[in-house]
Design a protein around this ligand. Structure first.
Ligand code: CAA
Length: 266
């Protein structure tokens, strides 16, 4: 997701820094951005991946220049981890920057609860694949200021994407609905209603979704879906209880596209 976000900002002509936690992840991020730019360049002869990549720095650990205007945290869906990373970000980057979390479901207010200036903190929820997704969900925390909402709207416009503004509630507008469909599809596999392929075709051809919910789970990551379902169960009740099949697949390392196997072979 971080690589997708970086790609989208590079396309606006901005300079982008990606902060990773290891050399291996830094290499992967660079390769993912390069691959994404190549795909986009195949359709747009005016797009020059090499020139855009010159505006990208991928490193291990923070190396602030002092000119940063927007910092987006995109670490895994773990409240304590996100709180720790946000505190680190606040202590390192300019006071004037907008600070955003790319969470799929966690409370933006809770993630920002340890910040000294939570008014400049907001949720920016991106969607896979970020470079071709038209939506960004702006999540307004209890302490987010109007100025921060306006500044975030301007960033979304610069990305040529469409914002929806939602209040800070579990799963926001997108994940709450998306997960409901995804979990029911997994229960249908458990019940032997149809194959994953046919369940997906039902939504793809019958409802004109761009892809079925099981393939989408593979794309997003089944571990990500499980984490969101567990959080929504805690916050909204048992209707979001993860099916056993989802737990088993994640425990076996079948995480979808990123591990090579999920409901599909990748
Ligand atoms: N970078 C750049 N371009 C990309 C790309 C990437 N990572 N991935 C896909 N594309 C481009 C392709 O180049 C292609 O462009 P053209 O059609 O102009 O040639 C276009 O996107 C379509 O890709 P494909 O031809 O490979 O396949 P497709 O037509 O089946 O589309 C899809 C694939 C874009 C993924 C489409 O099926 C889709 O939009 N699916 C729905 C995705 C979705 O629901 N995302 C939300 C997930 S939830 C989430 O992310 C949030 C969360 O909280 C976890």
């Amino acid at each position: 997701m971080g690589a997708g976000i970086a790609t989208s900002f590079l396309l606006t002509g901005r300079a982008v820094s990606v902060v990773e936690t290891s050399d291996e992840l830094a290499e992967k991020a660079m390769a993912a951005v390069a691959d994404s730019l190549e795909r986009l360049a195949r359709k747009d002869p005016n797009l020059n991946p090499e020139a855009l990549l010159d505006a990208l720095i991928v490193g291990v650990g923070h190396a602030p220049s002092g000119d940063e205007q927007l910092i987006i945290e995109a670490v895994p869906e773990d409240l304590v981890l996100k709180q720790r990373v946000m505190a680190e970000i606040e202590s390192v980057y300019p006071e004037s920057a907008v600070l955003a979390t790319n969470t799929s479901s966690l409370s933006v207010t809770a993630i920002g609860s340890g910040l000294t200036k939570p008014f400049r903190f907001i949720g920016m929820h991106f969607f896979n694949p970020v470079p071709v997704s038209a939506l960004i969900e702006i999540v307004v925390g209890e302490n987010t200021s109007e100025e921060t909402v306006s500044a975030t709207r301007a960033w979304v416009e610069e990305l040529s994407k469409t914002p929806i503004v939602v209040k800070d509630s579990p799963g926001f507008a997108s994940s709450r609905l998306g997960i409901a469909l995804g979990l029911e599809a997994i229960r249908m596999v458990e019940d032997g209603v149809a194959t994953p392929e046919d369940i997906d075709l039902a939504m793809k051809l019958g409802y004109r979704h761009p892809m079925g919910p099981l393939r989408l789970g593979d794309l997003v990551g089944l571990d990500v879906r499980l984490a969101i379902a567990e959080y929504l169960t805690k916050e909204l009740g048992s209707r979001f209880e993860p099916p056993q099949l989802l737990r088993t697949m994640v425990a076996e390392g079948k995480l979808g596209k990123k591990s090579g196997e999920g409901f599909y072979q990748w």
